[in-house]
Write a protein that binds this ligand. Structure first.
Ligand code: HEM
Length: 430
């Protein structure tokens, strides 16, 4: 049920967002708001938001190497290490990052667990997800690069190359006589097809729908509506105008360029008659820009700062010291045993050093004999001494510092707080 709410919520949100500029520009004539103010505000939010988040990530200390290790680490010379999966130096890290960013290597190796007949557990290679992810990201990239023709004058030659590659089919959408048909550019349709697959995958897989949130559906629907309004403008608008004399979906591309050039040169202008559909397209793009830094889409920047990917695994030969470590007062085992030796002996806990015996003949005994001495004997020897000596005297006479060592029983009978005070006293003196 939750998934229906998530989908509905995202759908309604995107629909409302599309209606806002339609009313704002179409009915209220607020072209300057949707053509100038909102685009600048969105760009500012996009860049500031990204900077703030990246700086936040960059400031969090990474004192240890925590790379994802999917291969043998570099160790002894005769053990073959995996330089890409478990890089030991910068070059390996660059290779691993490049493969991750350019061809989504970890997604390529991704498998999905599923129950098969038997019932048995099986692992399914998620190749379609990898292909759709590549198609979506590269489709998006090509569309954005092609859009540079609106924002540059003269248009860089690489934009022309990309456009001719993208339209290599040299196919018109509607080959009507006398109608200048816009050439078909594949990337826009590849983008839409990949987005549709990614949405259906979420919808049709019970495991994925269960973990999907509005934050997963919203960006999908938002980008689908941006691409759809774009396709409507390019292919359907002119067609409808030609056939039905209805210009609701058509745009004046020359005017769009004038607006875009005004924005990038900081001399904003609002040319006449661009068409409301363009403002819907532009407003949805602005929402995407402003939403980007606060959404899961930030993985675009995050991948570069991911310590599980961008660190070389050199922990075996480089000592990484935690930079924010403050000096810690350590309490070594020797100190611990010095403090509690008598109590340990009394309780029958093995000790490394036996307490020095209070009687001279006991000191002469070899160590192994002393250890073999039954515990009650220690108690029997020392107990009477302690009872005769009142505890406060120990604190009142600090100069008798040797007495604690000479008379181990003193601690034994003292209350825990007294023995604590005693040992602190001892520590200080030491
Ligand atoms: C996230 C950013 C954007 C995406 C994903 C996007 C997507 C698209 C797509 C898929 C098309 C269909 C035609 C094609 O494949 O090129 C298109 C067309 C169009 N887009 Fe965008 N767009 C974006 C940003 C913009 C911006 C900022 C502008 C403002 C100048 C813009 C103006 C247009 C125009 C005027 C068309 C019609 C093109 C034509 O008739 O040739 N788009 N867009």
């Amino acid at each position: 049920m939750n998934f229906i709410i998530g989908i509905l919520f995202s759908l309604i949100a995107v629909t409302i967002l599309a209606v806002i500029p339609w009313v704002g520009v179409g009915a209220l004539g607020l072209d300057w708001l949707f053509g100038i103010l909102i685009p600048y505000a969105a760009l500012l939010t996009f860049f500031l938001g990204i900077i703030l988040r990246v700086v936040g990530w960059a400031r969090s200390p990474v004192p240890f190497r925590i790379p994802t290790t999917a291969g043998q680490q570099k160790s002894l010379p005769w053990v073959k290490d995996n330089k890409l999966d478990n890089p030991s130096g910068t070059l390996g890290v660059i290779g691993r990052m490049a493969l991750e960013v350019l061809v989504f290597r970890s997604l390529f190796r991704h498998t999905r667990m599923e129950f098969r007949e038997g019932p048995k557990i099986g692992y399914e290679w998620e190749k379609w997800l990898w292909i759709a992810a590549l198609a979506f990201h590269y489709g998006f990239l090509v569309v954005i690069l092609r859009h540079l023709r609106f924002f540059t004058e003269p248009i860089p030659s690489f934009v022309h190359w990309i456009e001719s590659l993208d339209g290599f089919l040299e196919m018109g959408i509607a080959p009507l006589a006398g109608f200048a048909v816009p050439g078909l550019l594949l990337s826009g349709f590849v983008l839409l097809a990949a987005l549709t697959f990614l949405f259906l995958r979420r919808l049709l897989s019970p495991q994925i729908i269960y973990i999907s949130l509005p934050g997963d559906y919203f960006p999908l629907f938002l980008i689908i509506s941006i691409a759809t309004t774009g396709v409507l403008m390019r292919y359907v608008g002119a067609f409808m105008q030609y056939l039905l004399k209805w210009d609701v979906l058509s745009v004046e591309v020359v005017q769009v360029k004038a607006l875009a050039m005004g924005l990038v040169s900081f001399r904003p202008t609002i040319p006449e008659g661009i068409g409301t559909i363009f403002y819907i397209h532009l407003f949805l793009v602005c929402v995407l820009l402003a939403y980007f830094p606060f959404s899961k889409l930030m993985h675009m920047a995050g991948i570069f700062l991911s310590p599980t990917r961008n660190l070389a695994n050199n922990s075996r030969w480089v000592r990484h010291i935690n930079p924010w470590n403050y000096p810690v007062k350590v309490h070594t085992y020797e100190e611990y045993e010095d403090e509690f030796r008598e109590k340990m002996v009394e309780a029958g806990v093995p000790v490394e050093k036996m307490p020095e015996a209070s009687e001279p003949e006991a000191q002469d005994e070899p160590a192994d004999q002393a250890q073999a001495k039954p515990v009650p004997e220690v108690q029997a020897k020392s107990a009477p001494e302690v009872q005769t000596k009142p505890a406060p005297e120990v604190q009142a006479e600090p100069e008798k510092e040797t007495s604690a060592e000479e008379e181990p029983a003193q601690d034994k009978e003292a209350s825990p707080s007294e023995s604590e005070a005693d040992s602190t006293e001892k520590e200080k003196k030491e």
